[in-house]
Structure formats: C-alpha cells, structure tokens
Design a protein around this ligand. Structure first.
Ligand code: SF4
Ligand code: SF4
Length: 459
C-alpha cells in the first residue's frame, strides 16, 4: 500500500444513511443524490462499516483520527449502529491512537439515549440551525412542509442538558442573508453557543431543476447573492470584533486570522491553497473526492474493492486537490486578498472574471469585500498574538475609534464607498437597509413546503 503517497492529514465524511433525511430543507444540495443509487435502501451494512473503520485506522499516519458522520441525516441509522462503530474503533485501534467522533445532524430525532451515548463517547455534534424561528422555518421544513424549529431547539436543549460538545452550523440563503446581526445575537444570547459556522447556500440549477451534477452559471432564487454574503459576514464581524473576540468562535473569522498570521493551514478547506483532504464515503463504500463532489465524475472507487489508502493516495485525488490552485484565473492570482481567499471552493467557480476568463468564484465580490473590511482588525489581532497578547485586546483598541467610525457612516452618501474599507458602495454595505418588499416576500414564504427553485443568472 502506498503509505507515503497518502496525505499526512485527511478526513472522510461518512454518510451511512446516504442522502436520506427526515427533513426536506428546500435548499439541500444533497437530497437529489438519492438518484445516484436508485434501488438502494440507503443503510450502510455492518461489513462496510467494519471495513471503513479498519481502513480509516490503517490509512492514518497520525495518532489522532477523526471519524466524521454526516448525511442526509445520520441519526436515521439508530444509535446501535454507532455503538458498533465505537466497538470497531476499539477493535482496530493502534497503540496510542485517539479518536474524535463528530456528527452533523438536524437534531430533530435526538433524545436522552442519543445524548447519553454522545457524552459517553465524546462526540462533537454539529447542529444545523438557521437562526430564530421566523428565519429557520422558511426553508428547514419536513416532507409535509411542517416547520422544524421547535424540534431542533428541543434537540439542542438535550445536548446542553447532557453536556455534549456542540457547534451550530448556519446556512445563509437569500432571505436569511439579510439578517446577520439578528441571527448572530440569537445564537449567542438565546441559544448560548460559542462556536458558529456560516455556510453560503449556492444551488446551481441544471436544466430540469436538479443539481445532481454541477453545471452552468444559473443559481436558484434561494441562493445567497455574492455581495449579500459579503455584507452578512461584515456585519457579523462588526458585532463580534467589538464584543466577543475570545469568547465566541466564528469559523470563518478564525480561518481568516490564521491566514493573516501566515499559519500553515487556515483550518477551512475552502480557504486553503490546495485541497483534496476531505473525502466523502457513501453508504455502500463508494469513496468520492469531496463531499461537495459526490458525482459520478469524482468517484474514486469502492473501499470494498480497493483499499481506502490506494484511493486517497491516487493520482486522480492528488490532481483534484492541486487543480484548486492550478485552475485559478489571473484575476485571482493578482488579487490582494488571494492569501486569505485562495479562490474559495472550486465548486463555486462558475462565473467569468471582468475580462471574460472562466473559473471565477460566484462569491468573489462578497469575499473580496469581507477580506478587505477585516484587513485592519486582522492585522491588529495578528500583531497582538505575535507579541504574546490576547487577540481579545483588539476590542479595547477598536472601541477607542468606534465613535469616529459611527460619525463617518453618518456622513457617507449611498453612492460613495463604504468607510469600513470593504470596497463596496455604502448602500451595499453599512448603509444597506431592509426593504419592505423583501420583508413581505419573506413573510409569504414561511411554512411553504419545498418551493420549486427559480433559476436566475448570477449578478
Ligand atoms: S472542493 Fe471545496 S469543499 Fe471540497 S475539499 Fe476542495 S475546497 Fe473543500
Ligand atoms: S476575492 Fe475574488 S479575486 Fe480574490 S482570490 Fe477570492 S475569488 Fe479570487
């Protein structure tokens, strides 16, 4: 086995129940993946589970192994499946090896038994919650269109009651993208979380409305707009950098700071120079290059026929990861924030640069604005850390200039550039206001079951 050609660090997201889910969130890019396995029951057989755990352990050169469970909805497998997984981890454990099991769940099926199991086995749970009820329930509904907020909050409180480690994963779509501060404050103050991930919803629409294979430039009407996502991150950042540095961890901000510190890894694959270290394992043992490329063209093989080590160390997978850098358009190569953005995820690189070169990231305008806005505070935090001072001192430093900033906002006209440094017009950034038309549209869509997505060209 080519042990030396496997990357020193990698992780596999296992999907033991495939794409199946008890909810039917209208923006979920994974639900259409059921079509890849037309006659499957979408349950990982025990021999595949054993082969997976055994090979995962054999493939690792480090003593720390992450075992990541995802879906679809992984709790559909039932808790006994995961008890078996822990048994196999013990059976094949190498001396000195430690495991971290993680699970991404919608939380609606959790009960005391699940939470006792998570606590006893040190699981880290990622819970999907899109904000307060009126925002979460717009898209996160069950197959009959019923809202899921109450069930998710019940699951959350159970995790908290049992002392299970968790973080919150928030998807940002075209409606919730207009409520950054409200969502952030809800998570911090009412949910009581200290770890948050924001994931942009970008649904590419193929002819026929499915997104089984990613093609073309059209995105659904649910997809967040590029500038909107930039403004979302900027406004959350503003709330965080004046109040919560050191007490609330926002994954995007942590990754940015690591890049400003010039650390070897940002901790988020989308902001790395190359990728290919985060693979996806389907319920039947099929291994794909990445969770975002569970598509026939990115199938590396099946672990029951070929050892995971061979597949991860293959030339195909190496090229997949290298292509992230090699396919950057010149526009990115000349970009002042390339060191922080790295062109983001290749799955989102489907628009053209201003001079017509293909392969620019759909979110470029938003990321550029965000990284430009955070440049100064990031430099201050990096300087503090390099001087062995806590990054949280940035709050005191910035507060002394806060009044000047507020005065600058008051005196800026909508068509002028925003004084925050994002490079956006003031009306697109800190001068942006909710429109009543948008509010009405949002209210009308609450509780609607899986509305068909309208395809729109990216702006
Ligand atoms: S394709 Fe995107 S999500 Fe997948 S590993 Fe690369 S950057 Fe990460
Ligand atoms: S901000 Fe835009 S131009 Fe700059 S690296 Fe990112 S995607 Fe490329």
């Amino acid at each position: 086995m080519p042990q030396n050609s496997t990357p020193p660090r990698f992780h596999v997201l296992a999907k033991p129940s495939g794409a199946t889910c008890n909810l039917a969130c209208s923006y979920c890019f994974f639900l259409d993946k059921e079509l890849l396995y037309p006659s499957s029951n979408f349950r990982m057989p025990e021999e595949t589970l054993e082969a997976y755990i055994k090979q995962l352990i054999e493939s690792h050169r480090s003593s720390e192994v992450t075992v990541a469970w995802q879906g679809g909805e992984p709790t559909l497998m039932g808790v006994e499946f995961y008890r078996k997984a822990i048994e196999y981890q013990e059976k094949y454990r190498k001396p000195g090896m430690t495991f971290e099991n993680t699970m991404q769940t919608n939380g609606t099926l959790l009960d005391d038994e699940w939470c006792e199991f998570f606590k006893a086995n040190n699981f880290l749970i990622g819970l999907s919650l899109d904000g307060p009820r009126h925002l979460h329930d717009i898209h996160r509904v069950d197959k009959g269109g019923a809202p899921s907020f109450d069930k998710v909050m019940r699951g959350l409180r159970l995790l908290q009651k049992h002392g299970v480690e968790y973080n919150i994963l928030v998807t940002v779509n075209r409606i919730t993208g207009d409520y950054p501060t409200e969502i952030y404050r809800f998570l911090r103050d009412e949910v009581g979380t200290s770890w948050i991930q924001f994931i942009p919803v970008i649904e590419r629409m193929n002819p026929g409305g499915l997104n089984l294979v990613q093609e073309g430039e059209q995105v659904s009407s649910r997809s967040v707009r590029p500038e909107q996502f930039g403004r979302f991150l900027i406004q959350v950042f503003d709330e965080w950098v004046y109040n919560d540095v050191g007490s609330v961890y926002v994954q995007t901000f942590e990754a940015a700071l690591r890049n400003w510190l010039n650390m070897p890894s940002s901790g988020m694959c989308v902001f790395e120079k190359t990728c290919g270290y985060g693979l996806a394992l389907e319920h039947n043992g099929d291994l794909y290059s990445c969770d975002h490329f569970v598509e026939p063209n990115y199938l590396l093989g099946n672990i029951k026929q070929e050892h995971m080590l061979e597949l991860i160390g293959s030339d195909t997978q190496f090229k997949f990861g290298q292509d992230k850098y090699d396919s950057l358009p010149n526009y990115c190569l000349e970009c002042p924030v390339l060191f922080a953005c790295n062109g983001e995820c290749p799955k989102n690189r489907f628009i053209k640069t201003p001079d017509g070169e293909p392969g620019l990231n759909y979110l470029c305008a938003g990321y550029k604005a965000f990284f430009q806005r955070v440049d100064e505070p990031m430099k201050i935090m990096a300087m503090l850390l390099r001087s062995n001072r806590p990054a949280s001192d940035v709050m005191r430093i910035l507060t002394s200039t806060q009044e000047e900033v507020i005065r600058a906002f008051k005196n800026t006209k909508s068509e002028e550039h925003c004084p925050c440094g994002s490079g956006l017009f003031f009306r697109q950034c800190h001068g942006w206001k909710h429109s009543t038309r948008r509010q009405r549209r949002k209210a009308a869509s609450i509780g609607q079951p899986r509305p068909p997505a309208r395809a729109v060209m990216p702006k």
